[in-house]
Design a protein around this ligand. Sequence first.
Ligand SMILES: O=C(O)CCC(=O)C(=O)O
Ligand SMILES: [Fe+2]
Length: 356
Amino acid sequence: MAATHSTADKLEFAPLEVIDLSLLNTPRRHEVITQVDKACREIGFFAIVNFPAISREDVDRAFEISKNLFALPLEEKKKFDMEARGKGNYFGYKAVGQQTLDSQGTPDGNEFFNTPKTDTWLLPQPEPILSNREFLDSFLSRCHAICTELLEIFAEVVEVPLAEGGKEFFKQYHRYQERSGDQLRMVRVQSGGDESAEQLKMAAHTDFGTTTLVFSQPVMGLQIELNDGTWKYVRHHEGAIIVNIGDAMQFWTNGYLRSNFHRVVRPPAHQNHLTRYSLVYFLRPENSVLLNPIKTPKTIQMPPAAHMETAVTAEEWIKLKVLSSLRSNVKSGEDLAKVNARISATRGQDIKRAVM
Ligand SMILES: O=C(O)CCC(=O)C(=O)O
Ligand SMILES: [Fe+2]
């Protein structure tokens, strides 16, 4: 008998706070704020349960659409190639191996499909997306609604002054109908591979936007880097959403809220025969919003931001990170800073909205 049955017991998991959002409209709201504050400063990740707006059936249906989408022949999926839609574009299909795992250009081991919250129907779409148009429109808007609740919490955590909008503050930069990099991502990692190695499927990265929702599912693979430099699997929490802070929120809060590194590896041995599907919603600021540090009682406690000399817009930051992740673009040794300089040099004269 293979000695793989006990690996589930031996796994170590990242310590995630599980936060009950049904407490938000009760006198215990402050407990949620304290929990989110602690989680976002220490690890940048937490789990939410009892969130409004999305049912188990809706999540199951979205996973079904994803399975049907990935089951299409590769040539069909490639008709929606995100790179073919323009330099730095991040909507559409990414095949296995299109992004890198490291600076040597090692190909990645996952495929994904990104659907925007608005304008979806202006771009050609594969059949499983088209035939679920109404459902997906509604699903994306409800993901956005959950993120809006989180935006209120983050504003309370960093104590945005009432004069600046208090808990409403971040919402003005994330209006649903405005253009942004928001997207629903369906990801597939196919089963199999070398069980003896901890195979990387998606490079260690931080998310580009404000906050991310990962719908918890039983096949493990997502890992978070802890403060001691070790990588730990995220445990499945039935019916929960795993939330993490993205770069935009880290930049605005001067690092008070942390955009942490995470990656996807092949599932542990006892799950290595399973294909892993994941479903992720990325909340990103409206395209023209600057990612400049804001001043609140919490953020001014932080040392000056060292991440960039001039703030970039949300749209520029996405392009920068997308281009630096592509195998077609990144030659060995080329780093984010070089790509950054190229993006700044080609900046247009469009109106940019400074935050605060
Ligand atoms: O598949 C997952 O669990 C997370 C994927 C992820 O981190 C991403 O797409 O940015
Ligand atoms: Fe991510």
